[in-house]
Design a protein around this ligand. Structure first.
Ligand code: MN
Length: 441
């Protein structure tokens, strides 16, 4: 018998996993990939440590599990694990739980396989083939729509179609990382009465999002019914969709986001699995009265019962001066994934509804998670009203958009009385000055 911890959680033999408020208790066991002397290596976060799956495999800790699980644990990315049937993934998770739980027979064997997280460089968790970013927060869509198109902020398709665009997987990076300010075409001070200029973005922004990593995919020409969509979700990471608003505003019509978005997107290194999230599932927030019901292919009793996820997400800003002067990062927003108009399963089902093949390791972003309240806006475009209401910082600085040296970090967690708490760690990125703009030869 293992005594539950303060939050009702089962304890590990590793003390740091049992601390109140720990992001990585035994109940979490998120997967990531870290750099080691033998190349990219799968790891599991426990407390303040990383357990190497390659070392655990070599040490015989996964004896008796199927060969496909062994091969996945030795791979340099999570894709082979994501491709396994859910039953095999659950088997590995149970084994990891069994060797990490307090009272496990040989904890001393595992100690040499643990590395401190703070000394470890994390890599992208998956080899992401395709990346799609949705627009699932109705509040975000309406807030941005009002700024870009005051006459008709929310387009008539919004409440029927989970809107998205295809992103660029080559621009993904693992946190913590530095982001170079992009250059691009943007309108000058006189607007459309003059030709656009080319130069460093003056309206660099972040977007607070959650990323869904796809498990087993679907062959081209087939779809994924909503009732089966959850089986195609491997887990969730945090996602910062860095956005250059001036470039975006000039280029986005008629085909949508392009170079204002695809210069950099930062992912948290840890992927919290669907199994770890199960205790925090709940009904999605009901649609406002008068809104249309989803079309039949986007409706299912299971999704109505537990398609939601009670997940708190936060964004923080620390400027270079704030860090130098010892100011704590300023919280810019705190909201919950339950504000989304579409469930993760609805987005996934819609994506494959035309026969588009999804593959293990594909990434779906939720879009900026913004709620209805003033403290729930997930990007500076909304917070400063496109720069019209600058934000005052604790050290007296102000911001309309991000400046060089600014650092944005996201945190997120799920918590329920009697169940406990699991978190994602941090997703941090820092802005570097633009490279010299391209000049004609
Ligand atoms: Mn986005």
């Amino acid at each position: 018998m293992n005594a539950p911890g303060a939050g009702g959680q089962e304890l590990s033999w590793l003390p740091s996993a049992n601390l109140p408020g720990a992001d990585f208790p035994l109940a979490n066991l998120p997967y990531g990939v870290f750099a080691s002397s033998v190349g990219p290596t799968l790891g599991v976060a426990l407390g303040d440590r990383i357990l190497s799956l390659r070392a655990a495999l070599a040490g015989g800790e996964f004896a008796g599990l199927p060969e496909a699980v062994h091969a996945a644990c030795a791979a340099p990315a999570l894709n082979p694990l994501m491709a396994l049937p859910a039953s095999l993934r659950r088997g590995l998770r149970q084994r990891l739980h069994g060797i990490c739980v307090a009272g496990a027979p040989h904890p001393e064997r595992l100690e040499s396989m643990l590395a401190p997280q703070q000394d470890t460089r994390m890599l992208l968790p998956a080899d992401v083939g395709d990346y799609t970013d949705f627009y699932a927060s109705c509040d975000h869509a309406a807030n941005v729509g009002r700024l870009f198109r005051p006459d008709h902020p929310l387009l008539p398709n919004y409440k029927y179609v989970p809107v998205g665009y295809h992103g660029r997987s080559s621009s993904l990076g693992a946190a913590p990382e530095v982001i170079r300010r992009p250059c691009g075409q943007r309108l000058g001070p006189k607007g459309e009465s003059e030709p656009p200029e080319f130069g460093p973005s003056r309206q660099l922004d972040y977007e607070l999002e959650v990323g869904v990593l796809v498990a087993g995919g679907n062959p081209r020409g087939t779809s994924i019914p909503l009732a089966a969509a959850e089986e195609h979700i491997f887990g969730l990471c945090l996602l910062n969709d860095w956005s250059a608003r001036d470039i975006q505003r000039w280029e986005y019509q008629p085909l949508g986001p392009f170079l204002g978005k695809n210069f950099a997107t930062t992912l948290s290194p840890w992927v919290v699995t669907a199994e770890a999230l199960a205790p925090f599932r709940c009904p999605p927030r009901p649609r406002p009265p008068g809104d249309p019901a989803p079309l039949a292919y986007l409706d299912h009793p299971g999704d109505r019962a537990h398609g939601g996820l009670d997940m708190t997400v936060e964004a923080y800003l620390a400027t270079a001066a704030m860090r130098e002067q010892g100011f704590a990062p300023l919280r810019l927003s705190r909201t919950n994934l339950l504000v989304l108009y579409w469930t993760l399963a609805q987005m996934l089902t819609h994506h494959a509804s035309n026969g588009c093949p999804l593959r293990p390791g594909d990434l779906l972003g939720t879009g900026t998670v913004s709620g209805p309240g003033p403290d729930e806006r997930g990007c500076l475009l909304e917070i400063t009203q496109a720069g019209r209401q600058p934000l005052t910082l604790p050290n007296g600085e102000s911001r309309k958009f991000l400046e060089d040296g600014d650092e944005i970090s996201f945190r997120a967690w799920c918590e329920r009385p009697g169940v406990g708490r699991i978190g994602w760690g941090e997703c941090r990125g820092t802005i570097l000055p633009a490279a010299q703009p391209l000049q004609p030869a």
